[in-house]
Design a protein around this ligand. Structure first.
Ligand code: FMN
Length: 245
């Protein structure tokens, strides 16, 4: 009888170990490189506020106070708060030889993911789905409408999603990482997004907002909502954010 060691999770980690005696080989052939980051040229753009308007915060306090908060309030976020959350997630902090280096580390500086969001309640921003264009730090408006119920249902009915003022949605763009790391890429994409989400949680804490990482959802429901194909690009991680109290 097959046991857990025969399952995908075990086999994947074993098969993608670096080993001096056994160089990793694969039969994947040529892997085409996608664009370094996505741009929706037809989308209406929303300017985000640069980060230097943030209030100073003590890193040690933020680390000590960070918690996953699911019971956020009906109050809206400000556009400035959203800007700071997005800058914490994927702000460009240096440019080096064509690479846009960000607030969070990424294996090979490949950033094999995209940041989308559902804005339910943000002052000055209509309800809808947006994409972060990292190069210019602007939001691209993809879809207008109230998708709260849709997103909550796609997230297994979790109340954190229903209550959130904003839900950040991260997709994996697998080939962007596979070009360099081949089969090992899946390890790195998950690690990369862990860093991104931690940055968001620390930024939320610094602004006394509540946030919660969300890994449980019906993938293709969320993929359809944001308009990605679920193969070349597929949702991997969400985070809710809202006001506390
Ligand atoms: C990868 C990952 C996925 C998670 N998915 C969910 C989720 O779907 N729903 C949820 O309520 N919390 C989720 N969490 C939050 C964890 O439950 C939480 O981090 C854990 O209970 C520790 O609590 P703390 O974050 O407040 O320290 C997730 C956290 C991580 C890191």
């Amino acid at each position: 009888m097959a046991g857990y060691k025969d399952g995908l999770a075990f086999r994947y980690l074993q098969a993608t170990k670096y080993d001096r005696q056994k160089p990793l080989r694969d039969s994947l052939g040529h892997i085409p490189a996608p664009a370094r980051f996505k741009v929706y040229p037809q989308a209406e753009r929303v300017e985000l506020t640069p980060p230097d308007v943030g209030q100073p915060a003590d890193l040690w306090q933020c680390l000590a106070r960070r918690r996953s908060e699911r019971d956020t309030s009906p109050q809206p976020l400000t556009l400035q708060e959203l800007s700071l959350l997005l800058w914490a997630a994927q702000g460009v902090t240096a440019r080096a030889g064509g690479y846009l280096l960000r607030t969070a580390p990424s294996a090979g500086a490949l950033y094999p993911f995209e940041t989308y969001l559902y804005a339910d309640r943000v002052e000055g921003l209509g309800k809808g789905i947006y994409h972060l264009e990292v190069g210019e730090f602007v939001l691209e408006r993809l879809k207008d409408g109230d998708f709260n119920r849709h997103l909550t249902a796609g997230g297994l009915g979790q109340s954190a999603l229903r209550r959130a003022a904003v839900v950040l949605i991260w997709t994996a763009v697998l080939l962007r990482c596979m070009v360099k790391y081949r089969e090992r890429a899946v390890r790195y994409i998950a690690m990369d997004l862990g860093h991104v989400c931690q940055n968001v949680q620390l930024a939320a804490t610094a602004m006394s907002l509540g946030s919660c990482p969300i890994g449980a959802f019906y993938d293709d429901d969320i993929n359809r909502l944001i308009g990605v194909d679920g193969e070349e690009e597929t949702v991997l991680y969400l985070a809710t954010v809202g006001k506390l109290g």
